[in-house]
Write a protein that binds this ligand. Structure first.
Ligand SMILES: *Cc1c(COP(=O)(O)O)cnc(C)c1O
Length: 395
C-alpha cells in the first residue's frame, strides 16, 4: 500500500484534511463545557443529515455493527420475530446477529444483485394478523453487491399491510452519501458509522431513534448495558457520557456535519451520483457488468463489478495492492471471487476517481483480461467533462 494514494474501498473512506485535523485533539475533560459544545452540535448535525425533526440521536464508541446491536437490544425481547431479506453479506450479518440474540428471523432469501422485495414483505406482513413480527430490518445499500433498496417502498408495504412493526434501516453505506429521509420514510431506527459517508476514522456507531422506537425501549428485555440508550440519554441531558467518549471523533463528526450541510445534502448526493456514473461508464466500456441487476438498483457509493467466468476477481484486488499500492474491495460471501468492488463514497473527486479507474484497467490488463488501456478512463472522462460543476471554493 502507499499512503500517497487514495483508497477505493467502500469504507473506510478517504478523509478530507480538515477532518483529519479535527479528530486530532489534545486531551480535554469530557465533563467540561467544552465537551458539550462538541456533543450537542454533532447530534444536531446528524439529525439534519438524517432529515429528521424528532429523532433522538445517539453516538456510541463502536462501529456500524454495534449500531445494529443498539437497534435490536434496545427495542426487542428474546423470542421476538423480525422480518428481513438476505441479499448480500451485510444483510446476512445483521440476520446472524439477530439469531445470536435469540430473535426469530423470518428470512426472505433474495438473489444477490436484487433489492429488498417490498411486495413479498407486504404479503408476509398482511398474513401476520397477530402482529408477531415486531420489526422489519432493511439494508438500504448492500455494500457487498452495490445494490440500493427502496426504503420508501418497504414503508409502503408495511402501511399497505396496516402492520405496526418498527422499521430499522442499516444506512451505513448510504447515509451522508445517498438520499436518506428518516421522517418521510417512517424509519424508526437509522444506523450508520463514522467511517463511510461521514469521512472519519472508524470508531462511532451513529443511530437515530424515532419517538416510536423510543417508546419500545422500556419494555424491551434483551440484555444491554454498554449499549443502553437510556444511560446515554440521561448523560446527554447532563452534558456528558455514561463513560469516556471518543472526544476527537465527536469533534470530527461535528465538523463533518458542518461540511456536508455546508455543501448541501442534495449537492453531496449529486456529486456521488456523478462520480458513480463515471465508474459505471468505465465498467460498460470494459465490456463488464455490475452485480446490481438493473440501473434502478445501482448504488452511488459502491460498484461491484463482475469479472468473466473462470477468472478470480480477487486477484485484481491483490495485484492492485501489491503492484500499484491501491486498495479496491474484494467480493464477499456468495460473490467472493466473482466480483471486485470500487468504492466511490466520501470525499472523492473526478480526478481521484479517474486514478482508480486507470489503476483497475492496468490490473485487469496485467492479469490477461481483454481490456484496452484507456477505454474506461476515456468513458469516465466524457461523463466528468460533460457534467463538471464550476468549482467555487474547493477545499
Ligand atoms: C460497513 C457496513 C457495515 C458494518 O459497519 P462497521 O462499521 O464495519 O461495523 C454494516 N452495514 C453496511 C451496509 C456496511 O456497508
Amino acid at each position: 500500500m502507499s499512503f500517497q494514494n487514495p483508497v477505493f474501498i467502500p469504507g473506510p473512506t478517504n478523509m478530507p484534511e480538515s477532518l483529519r485535523r479535527a479528530v486530532d485533539m489534545p486531551t480535554l475533560d469530557h465533563r467540561s463545557s467544552l465537551f458539550a459544545e462538541m456533543l450537542h452540535p454533532a447530534r444536531a448535525g446528524v439529525k439534519q443529515v438524517l432529515k429528521s425533526l424528532d429523532a433522538e440521536v445517539f453516538l456510541f464508541p463502536s462501529t456500524g455493527t454495534g449500531g445494529w446491536e443498539i437497534a435490536l437490544t434496545n427495542t426487542l425481547s428474546p423470542g421476538d420475530t423480525v422480518l428481513a431479506a438476505r441479499n448480500g453479506m451485510f444483510s446476512h450479518r445483521w440476520i446472524d446477529m439477530c439469531q445470536r440474540h435469540g430473535l426469530n428471523v423470518e428470512i426472505v432469501e433474495t438473489e444477490w444483485g436484487q433489492r429488498i422485495p417490498a411486495g413479498r414483505f407486504e404479503e408476509i406482513l398482511t398474513a401476520d394478523r397477530t402482529h408477531r413480527i415486531r420489526a422489519v430490518l432493511a439494508t438500504h445499500n448492500e455494500t457487498a453487491t452495490g445494490v440500493k433498496s427502496d426504503i420508501a417502498a418497504v414503508r409502503g408495504a408495511m402501511d399497505a399491510a396496516g402492520h405496526p412493526a418498527l422499521l430499522f434501516v442499516d444506512g451505513v453505506s448510504s447515509i451522508a452519501s445517498m438520499d436518506f429521509r428518516m421522517d418521510e420514510w417512517g424509519v424508526d431506527i437509522a444506523v450508520t458509522g463514522s467511517q463511510k459517508g461521514f469521512m472519519l476514522p472508524a470508531g462511532l456507531a451513529i443511530v437515530g431513534f424515532s419517538p416510536r422506537a423510543m417508546a419500545a425501549v422500556d419494555t424491551a428485555r434483551l440484555p444491554r448495558t454498554f449499549f443502553d440508550i437510556r444511560d446515554m440519554g440521561r448523560s446527554y441531558a447532563a452534558n456528558g457520557y455514561p463513560y469516556t467518549p471518543a472526544v476527537g471523533l465527536l469533534n470530527g463528526l461535528r465538523q463533518s456535519c458542518d461540511m456536508l450541510l455546508g455543501e448541501g445534502l442534495d449537492n453531496v448526493f449529486a456529486r456521488h451520483r456523478r462520480i458513480a456514473d463515471g465508474v459505471r461508464a468505465a465498467v460498460k466500456a470494459w465490456g463488464l457488468e455490475l452485480c446490481a441487476a438493473s440501473p434502478d438498483l445501482y448504488s452511488d457509493s459502491v460498484s461491484a463489478i463482475r469479472t468473466p467466468d473462470g477468472f478470480n476477481a480477487t486477484s485484481i484486488v491483490t495485484h492492485a495492492a501489491d503492484t500499484y499500492g491501491v486498495a479496491f474491495g474484494v467480493g464477499l460471501g456468495e460473490v467472493a471471487g466473482k466480483v471486485f468492488r470500487i468504492g466511490h463514497l466520501g470525499m472523492l473527486t473526478d480526478v481521484l476517481a479517474l486514478s482508480g479507474i486507470a489503476t483497475a484497467e492496468m490490473c485487469m490488463a496485467d492479469l490477461g483480461l481483454d481490456i484496452r488501456l484507456g477505454s474506461g478512463v476515456a468513458a469516465a472522462q466524457e461523463v466528468y467533462r460533460a457534467s463538471a460543476p464550476a468549482l467555487k471554493d474547493a477545499a
